[in-house]
Design a protein around this ligand. Structure first.
Ligand SMILES: N[C@@H](CCC(=O)N[C@@H](CS)C(=O)NCC(=O)O)C(=O)O
Length: 217
C-alpha cells in the first residue's frame, strides 16, 4: 500500500481532481474516504491536518498539504515523469495557473454559492443571481475553449482536470450546457482521456442527488 495518503470524498469535485491527476501520472495513493455527510471532516483528528475542514488533504510521508490545486501541482512537480500536465515553461505554466485560479476564485465560487445555501440553510430554490453567475462562469469557460481544444492549448493540463469535476457536477445539477457548445465538446474529449471517468460521473450524480433530496424536503 502506498504511503502517500489522500483524504478524499467521492462527492467532492476537488477530491476527484486530485485522484484523477494521480492516476494520470501513475502515482499510487492510499485513499482514505472522509464521509462529509457524517461530518467526519469536522472531527478533531481531521482538523489537526486540515483546519479548513475540507477535502482533499494530502499526507506525503508527513508532509501535509491542503487545497486541491496546491496538491495537484505538487504531485506533478514531484512525481510525474514529464511536465505535460503542468509545464515547466514559465509562460505555459503561467497560463495553467491563471486558469486554475479562474476555477478557484470564479467557477468554483459560483458553484459553491449555489450548493451551500441548499446544504446549510435549507434553501430550496436557487436564486436568479446565483444562476446568472454560474452561466457567466460557463460563458467565460466557453470563450477560453473557443481558441483551443483544451483549456490551455492543444493538450490536457491540470486546468482541465480541475475544471472537469466541477463542470460535470454543475451538469448533474441540471444546468444546461446546451448554450455552451465548446464546453460540451471539451467535456466529451476530456471524458475519453481521464482514467476511470465513470468515477467522476458517479460522484457528480451522488452530490446532485443529495442536493435534490434536500430541495424536495
Ligand atoms: N479550495 C478547496 C475547496 C475544498 C472544499 O470546499 N471541499 C468541500 C467538498 S467539495 C468540503 O470539504 N467541504 C466541507 C466544509 O467546507 O466544511 C480545494 O480546492 O481543495
Amino acid at each position: 500500500m502506498s504511503s502517500i495518503i489522500l483524504y478524499y470524498s467521492p462527492i467532492s469535485p476537488p477530491s476527484r481532481f486530485v485522484a484523477a491527476t494521480a492516476k494520470l501520472i501513475k502515482l499510487n495513493l492510499n485513499i482514505k474516504v472522509i464521509n462529509l455527510v457524517k461530518q467526519e471532516h469536522k472531527q478533531s483528528e481531521y482538523l489537526k491536518i486540515n483546519p479548513q475542514h475540507t477535502v482533499p488533504t494530502l499526507d506525503d510521508n508527513g508532509f501535509i498539504l491542503q487545497e486541491s490545486r496546491a496538491i495537484a501541482t505538487y504531485l506533478v512537480d514531484k512525481y510525474s515523469k514529464d511536465d505535460a500536465l503542468y509545464p515547466k515553461d514559465i509562460k505555459k505554466r503561467a497560463l495553467v495557473n491563471q486558469r486554475l485560479y479562474f476555477d478557484a476564485t470564479i467557477f468554483s465560487v459560483a458553484m459553491r454559492n449555489i450548493y451551500k445555501p441548499i446544504l446549510n440553510d435549507g434553501v430550496k430554490t436557487i436564486s436568479e443571481r446565483c444562476i446568472a453567475d454560474m452561466n457567466d462562469s460557463l460563458n467565460i469557460l466557453n470563450r477560453f475553449l473557443s481558441e483551443s481544444k483544451y483549456i490551455c492549448g492543444e493538450n490536457l493540463t491540470l486546468a482541465d482536470l480541475s475544471l472537469v469535476p466541477a463542470v460535470s457536477t454543475i451538469q448533474e445539477m441540471e444546468f444546461s450546457l446546451t448554450p455552451f457548445e465548446n464546453v460540451k465538446k471539451w467535456l466529451e474529449q476530456c471524458s475519453q482521456q481521464i482514467p476511470d471517468y465513470s468515477e467522476n460521473v458517479k460522484g457528480a450524480k451522488s452530490f446532485a442527488k443529495i442536493l435534490k433530496t434536500l430541495q424536495s424536503k
